[in-house]
Design a protein around this ligand. Sequence first.
Ligand SMILES: [Mg+2]
Length: 311
Amino acid sequence: MPMPERLLIEGVRSRVLRGRTGRRVRVGIGDDCAVLRLPKGHEALVTTDFSLEGVHFRRDWHGPEVVGHRCLTRGLSDIAAMGGDPVAAFLSLALPAKLPQKWVDGFAEGLLDLANEFDVPLAGGDTAQSPGGILADIVVMGSVPTGKAVLRAGAKAGDWIYVTGILGGSAAAIEALRRGKRVSRKDYPEHFHPMPRIAVGRLLRERGLASAMIDVSDGLSTDLGHICEESGVGAEIEAGAIPLARKATLGNALHGGDDYELLFASRGRVPAQIQGVAVTRIGRVVRGRKMTLLRGGRRFELKAKGWQHFG
Ligand SMILES: [Mg+2]
């Protein structure tokens, strides 16, 4: 049985307070609201993401630390995609009555380890009993210099299209899990331990290198579709240029989700590596609204075919 709500909050609170305190959080957990300080001349970024049992994770596939880590990664990755810096995170958790306390502890550990790594204090949240599975909603607040957030709109015909890291690893892991394979975290680090690209996003924003940006959470084809739609442009992607994760197929990379890499358009000179993360040119922005895949000298229409829920 999980601890009663008060004890759970105390447990999380003491763990958070043992971690690094945030210079941006004047009042954190324990009052009606958190009180945050934004750097001078900055705007607030706010993002919210669900992690639902049976939809975003399965308890028999994902350990609690992995679920906690991935839960916060979803939020931090959105801040990265705007070129922002995370300020504070807020967590609302609904837990089934029969959930072992060990699971809750593991979840908190995975989430807070990543929070400490990025110096993002958990500054508030809520807990409740869930009538069904585990529900976690993460809210991350970030900041960005006023007017400088990198939006999905802004790509222009002639820009090159880049992606960080490697793609498809998460979809490949899910396929292997579905086939009943034993899947180790070492084989699929992109799935079990994805890292939000905060430093890369920030640098691209500082250097004015990204005309439009998004994080790859629903799959390359879907997320590129969002950039095209918001920017009013089309795109041509070179299939052979897409950096594939180990064991990932082109389909995994194009249509799988949960990669948490950055996809951006640029007309500047982009280094091949930023903060230790590979940056690969995979195509270009074109006029019109169509997305095209170039493969083996042939052209295919690329349709947004994002990720499928685990079901
Ligand atoms: Mg996003």
